[in-house]
Design a protein around this ligand. Structure first.
Ligand SMILES: [Zn+2]
Ligand SMILES: [Zn+2]
Length: 116
């Protein structure tokens, strides 16, 4: 069994709001509720696409759920692989989370050659 990353619930590292609170304007970490991308660059002018800080980095929970983590050694907990998350997933505005576009292909298995 792989060790599961411990959930570190913190305040937003940028705007310092507490979990389950809307980010402040101009927060670097806030995601746009409509696009799932960084809210600073989403181009929406109203406040309607502001999101709540969950206590964890946006996408981190999805990375763990989908197994998109980088193993950095047995003594350290795996890091969420946000690059792969954004490559493999689309933002679902209804669920306010990233959802997999397709099931992840397992590249872990080896295929020994058969010599008969
Ligand atoms: Zn924030
Ligand atoms: Zn927006």
């Amino acid at each position: 069994m792989a060790a599961e990353p411990t959930s570190k619930i913190t305040n937003c590292p940028d705007c310092h709001v507490t979990p389950d609170t809307l980010h402040h304007q101009g927060c670097d970490v806030a995601r746009c509720a409509r696009t799932g991308l960084q809210r600073l660059g989403c181009g929406h002018t109203s406040n309607a696409c502001n999101t709540r800080w969950t206590g964890r980095w946006p996408g981190e929970a999805e990375c763990v759920e989908y197994g998109l983590v980088i193993d950095v050694g047995s003594d350290t907990e795996p890091l969420p692989d946000l690059n792969r998350l954004y490559a493999l997933c689309d933002w679902d505005p209804n669920q306010q989370r990233m959802v997999l576009r397709a099931p992840i292909a397992d590249h872990g298995g080896e295929h020994p050659e058969r010599n008969t």
